[in-house]
Design a binder for this molecule. Structure first.
Ligand SMILES: [Zn+2]
Length: 345
């Protein structure tokens, strides 16, 4: 909770070191395979030093400077060609940072290319993650649209069992494509929020986390919270329950995250005060979304037509009016997976 800057700085330093070590490892291997590249690298470095010496002279000679630049560029081109001729991409020896926008410094460069004071999106995201102690949305290593498996949904039309005319599989495929539409239109103010409904184990949490990962890749801040945890934070933040130290930032992130995912809505212990908070939150976020991305995804076991029973009429109509409803149906995927596992053993 409440990370400080030096802690975050360490994390960024760690990321840069890891990226540099990976590059050094690739470079050592390449020097072994193509010794000419090692030779070129040394010459590029030497020329660079001489070039800089010329630049800082009192009256640098324009012709000499042009000559240095030409030399260096020729050597760089030669190096790239050697790499591609040997089957490597030309940028194979570049450092690959986790975040290309700030090279893992956490801050965007200013107009002169110097590290500035404007925090990068990855810095804001790290802050959110540390704040709520969310390590990784993909902690099981099996979250992401590439892991979506339509075969988990029955391909039979059984309106009496599933309550829909089409098969659960065809429904799931359509919903996946709607999720991708949401990802691709995330920055459009008029694109609706999403509400996942359906029984336990049909993939509501999975799909909302898949979306979260894509939105993170776009460089937006994402906050994923189970409803009960979220109400807890709001409640403590607003009412300073038990005199507990709870920075107001905790509530701010919930209000301002560019994508907020509230999972398992309806499992929190019911209270009228909470529902007022929920309405305030939804109102605030939808007003903010007209200026900058501020979208919300809800998931719940409650049927859309029953929302007004658990929540108020006002909340229900707000959700039904502003959210695209994605009703998943099927059998409990966790049970199917477990059965498949026991088949194999
Ligand atoms: Zn960054």
């Amino acid at each position: 909770m409440n990370p400080n800057w030096s802690e975050l700085k360490r994390e960024f330093q760690q990321r840069r070191e890891t990226a540099e070590e990976a590059r050094d490892k690739r470079r050592r291997a390449i020097y072994g395979l193509i010794p000419e590249i090692e030779c070129l690298d040394r010459k590029i470095a030497e020329t660079g030093i001489a070039f800089n010496r010329e630049l800082i002279r009192l009256n640098p000679d324009a012709e000499t400077i042009r000559e240095f630049e030409k030399n260096i560029n020729t050597m760089i081109d030669k190096k790239k060609k050697l790499l591609t001729n040997n089957g490597y991409p030309e940028n194979y020896l570049d450092i690959v940072y986790t975040c290309k926008d700030c090279n893992d410094t956490g801050f965007l460069t200013d107009s002169e290319g110097k590290p500035g004071v404007v925090p990068c999106h990855c810095y804001r995201q790290l802050l959110v993650e540390r704040f709520y102690d969310i390590s990784n949305l993909n902690s099981d290593g099996q979250t992401g649209f590439e892991f979506f498996n339509e075969l988990y949904y029955p391909d039979i039309k059984a309106p009496d069992t599933y309550g829909i005319q089409e098969s659960p599989r065809s429904r799931a495929i359509k919903i996946k494509s709607k999720c991708l539409d949401f990802v691709n239109n995330f920055e459009k103010a008029d694109f609706p929020n999403l509400l996942f409904t359906g029984p336990t184990g049909v993939g509501k949490t999975f799909l909302s986390k898949c979306i979260a990962l894509e939105i993170l890749k776009q460089g937006h801040t994402v906050l994923y919270l189970p409803a009960s945890a979220m109400f807890d934070i709001i409640y403590r933040s607003k009412y300073r329950f038990n005199n507990e130290e709870m920075p107001d930032d905790a509530y701010r992130f919930i209000l301002d995250a560019e994508l907020l995912i509230i999972d398992d809505l309806g499992t929190e212990s019911p209270s009228a005060a909470k529902y007022t908070e929920l309405l305030t939150l939804l109102n605030y976020r939808s007003a903010k979304n007209t200026k900058a991305p501020c979208k919300t995804i809800l998931s719940t076991n409650i049927e859309p037509e029953d929302l007004h029973i658990t929540y108020s009429e006002r909340i229900a109509s707000r959700i039904l009016g502003e959210f695209d409803i994605l009703s998943l149906v099927g059998d409990d995927i966790r049970i199917i997976k477990r059965l498949n596992q026991s088949d194999k053993t």
